[in-house]
Design a protein around this ligand. Structure first.
Ligand SMILES: Nc1nc2c(c(=O)[nH]1)N[C@H]1C(S)=C(S)[C@@H](COP(=O)(O)OP(=O)(O)OC[C@H]3O[C@@H](n4cnc5c(=O)[nH]c(N)nc54)[C@H](O)[C@@H]3O)O[C@H]1N2
Ligand SMILES: Nc1nc2c(c(=O)[nH]1)N[C@H]1C(S)=C(S)[C@@H](COP(=O)(O)OP(=O)(O)OC[C@H]3O[C@@H](n4cnc5c(=O)[nH]c(N)nc54)[C@H](O)[C@@H]3O)O[C@H]1N2
Ligand SMILES: [Mo]
Length: 685
């Protein structure tokens, strides 16, 4: 809800009647007006006049901007449309301002497709192999749970509305257990914190299954009726004794056994045993398998029988989105085109690739919207080198002059959520949402849709879908033929703001998993076909002391870079009140590791490996377990004293499934930074 006085938005509030949020907003979004009216908002189209990355631009007209882009894209498309690449992700997750008009445009051109893997595809894939779809327990049942495992997530920072319900459950007597290598804000407030080594969650789940089976903490009826492959699973987990599990995870054998017992007992008593499996544990080599293994647990103990039991990763597939209508992939088939797919998580390497029969044409143009790849993509030294290519044509649609916008040839000012219309699905709750425009666009900013409409028109695409208004697109966002959304009506959604999907409270109380067998698949034939182990297994990190001792001699510390509470990925970093709360880039290190290196709190340290380095202010704290350093993220590079951020040291290696990045599968060494160099940089800044 937005308060507007004389055409100016003065306050953004939560709707107290909305059941999931109950009127509460996170710290970031409550500052959304400060962000919208920020003095640095991009208000006019710009053309680069300095070197790439330097950030020197002059204002141009919309007519010149659209003309220049259309001409350049038409020229490239005439030779090979696949040399054009869209690059977009989570700036807005709206169905209209995300991938609707934009994808229609790129499909009409026949541009390369983008594999949108940067966030959730590893776990999403593991989850789907096991239970069939990204469906799970409804957040609105959580307050009734008696046990909540918060596994690889920090909801106080990243999912406040989950945390509100977890608190209510706690007041009702629930036990909260955090499984996280770092004592995050959330882990600190749980009854118990299991600080395992990063990337070892799949082993912990195997160890739990071992104990559940060995101690017969099983729902035999649920297993018989609703699962597939139990006998093979039994064999598979035999070796995962609490002792072996404890060694791999760097915890005690008692922690493994106790966790299994507490979990199995709560579920078998029908008390509501809930698992919130999040994203932190997916950003490692075996991230997909970790989620798969965890997703097997509720079926073993029959936790799905209770509405307040089961597991939630994402509820995305609950929403019947009309992607075919929104994005028009039929433009490709009709033109007989089957463009290649570029993985957004390897954009660094891919921008630097020459044409070849395997790769296809060299990338000649990138259109970036809703994303800031120079800051957020892994191994960002390579990403920046790619965007610095003189022969690359780059267009960036943005609110601000981000690290990526500095490399653009043309920057286009985009509207914020206060200025445009959108329809939203969600991944943590079950409401369809309408985003009405509260104010008129600032300056000459335009919605993403309008920008692609103008480009389509200038390129002579006269298909009717390019003339649809944002309301017309939004009105088709959900599929009314699907039982969950039969009641969807854009006009009433616009009036009411939100509308819950029609779904039962406990999705798998009586089985009905949307897998090939119709059961929860402990054994997955599809995984075998896809070249994976069909049964739950352990996949070690690429970079850890146990899996890569040679590398660990040089770089002995693991590093993770999860979201800072006051930033949303790299959004909001330039909002002063929020940045002031975070202060400056920090690195948390355990006292024993600091002592060994002669480092103390307040030191400026250099974190480095073969891929690159960045500086941060050291905080010596036992929040980080030994052997692990933590740099809360994602800072704008240009707002750091050395112009770098944590992604300088992350790698472009991909997860076991889902082709996702391995941001938290990294070894580094840390030393005191050379203050001389630093002083030089800040003097120039
Ligand atoms: N404030 C804020 N909120 C956000 C975001 C943000 O940037 N800022 N981003 C949004 C987005 S895009 C996403 S995807 C979600 C992410 O939301 P969550 O999945 O909750 O992710 P994080 O907050 O990153 O919490 C990840 C936790 O996992 C831990 N972790 C790291 N490695 C491992 C591991 O190997 N095993 C286990 N068990 N834990 C590990 C980290 O220490 C961290 O505490 O949050 C969304 N919400
Ligand atoms: N080291 C490290 N790296 C990470 C992560 C991590 O935990 N650690 N997390 C990863 C995850 S989970 C994710 S989801 C990605 C996120 O990466 P991105 O999806 O790139 O997210 P943001 O960094 O928030 O950048 C979004 C940009 O879109 C712009 N924007 C917002 N709304 C609009 C709009 O309506 N129109 C246009 N044109 N622009 C808009 C914002 O101003 C912002 O600059 O980062 C990943 N990178
Ligand atoms: Mo994400």
């Amino acid at each position: 809800m937005v308060t507007v006085t004389d055409g100016v938005a003065t306050e953004v509030r939560g709707d107290p009647d909305h059941p999931t949020t109950a009127g509460v907003l996170c710290t970031k979004v409550s500052r959304y007006t400060e962000r919208t009216y920020h003095k640095d908002r991009l208000l006019y189209p710009l053309k680069r006049v300095g070197k790439k990355g330097e950030g020197k631009f002059v204002q141009i007209s919309w007519d010149e901007a659209i003309g220049t882009i259309a001409e350049r894209l038409a020229d490239i498309a005439a030779r090979n449309p696949q040399a054009i690449l869209p690059y977009s992700y989570a700036g807005t997750m709206g169905l209209v301002q995300g991938e609707s008009m934009s994808m229609r445009f790129f499909n009409r051109i026949g541009a390369s497709l983008l594999d949108r893997t940067i966030c959730a595809s590893a776990g999403g894939t593991g989850y789907k192999y096991t239970i069939g779809a990204r469906i799970g327990m409804d957040l609105e049942q959580l307050q009734n749970a008696k046990l909540i495992l918060i596994w690889g997530g920090n909801p106080i920072a990243s999912n406040l509305h989950f945390w509100m319900r977890a608190q209510e459950a706690k007041r009702n007597g629930a036990r909260l257990i955090a499984i996280d290598p770092y004592r995050s804000l959330t882990a600190d407030k749980c009854h118990q914190h299991i600080a395992l080594l990063p990337g070892t969650d799949s082993a912990l789940a195997l160890g739990m299954m071992h104990v559940l089976i060995a101690e017969d903490l099983l729902d035999h009826d649920y297993i018989a009726r609703h699962t597939f492959g139990f006998e093979q699973l039994k064999q598979q987990v035999l070796e995962w004794t609490p002792q072996k599990t404890a060694e791999v995870c760097g915890i005690s054998a008692d922690e493994v056994s106790e966790l299994a017992r507490v979990y199995g007992t709560a579920a078998l008593r029908g008390e509501g045993a809930a698992i919130r499996v999040n994203y932190g544990l997916q950003r490692v080599h075996g991230g997909g398998m970790a989620v798969r293994n965890i997703t097997c647990l509720p079926a073993l103990v029959g936790a799905w029988r209770q509405a307040a039991g089961g597991v939630q990763l994402s509820l995305s597939d609950s929403f019947p989105k009309n992607n075919h209508v929104l994005q028009r992939p039929d433009f490709l088939t009709r033109q007989g085109m089957a463009p290649r797919t570029i993985n957004m998580s390897t954009i660094g390497d891919d921008l630097l690739r020459e044409s070849s029969p395997e790769f296809g044409p060299k990338i000649e143009a990138v259109i970036v919207y809703n994303s800031n790849p120079v800051a957020i993509a892994p191994e960002s030294g390579a990403v920046a080198r790619g965007f610095a290519r003189e022969d690359l044509f780059t267009v960036v649609l943005e609110h601000f002059q981000t690290d990526t916008a500095d490399y653009a040839d043309i920057v286009l000012p985009a509207t914020t959520q206060l200025e445009h219309v959108d329809a939203h699905s969600a991944y943590g709750h079950l409401y369809m949402l309408a985003n009405n425009a509260a104010i008129t666009p600032l300056g000459e900013a335009k919605p993403n849709t309008e920008i692609f409409r103008l480009l389509a028109e200038r390129m002579g695409f006269d298909d009717a879908c390019f003339r649809e208004s944002d309301d017309e697109i939004a009105a088709q966002a959900f599929d009314r033929n699907n039982v969950r959304a039969v009641h969807f009506d854009w006009d009433s959604l616009k009036k009411n703001g939100w509308q819950k999907l029609s779904l039962s409270d406990a999705p798998f109380a009586d089985g009905g998993f949307p897998t090939p067998s119709g059961k929860c698949e402990f054994y997955s034939a599809q995984m075998l076909k896809d070249g994976l182990d069909p049964l739950p297994t352990y996949i070690a990190p690429y970079e850890s002391r146990a899996s890569n001792p040679d590398l660990a001699k040089k770089y002995p510390l693991g590093m993770i870079s999860p979201p800072a509470r006051n930033f949303l990925n790299s959004s909001f970093v330039n909002v002063k009140s929020l940045r002031d709360t975070e202060g400056e880039p920090h690195l948390d290190m355990h006292p024993a590791d600091a002592l060994q290196r002669g480092l103390v709190s307040g030191d400026t340290v250099r974190i480095y490996n073969d891929r690159g380095s960045f500086n941060a202010k050291l905080r010596v704290t036992d929040k980080a377990r030994t052997g692990l350093v933590v740099g809360l993220s994602i800072w704008w590079k240009k707002m750091a004293s050395d112009g770098k951020n944590a992604n300088e040291v992350t790698s472009q290696r991909l997860t076991d499934m889902g082709r996702a990045p391995t941001f938290y599968d990294v070894l580094v060494e840390v030393e005191k930074a050379d203050i001389g160099t630093l002083a030089g940089i800040s003097a120039n800044a």
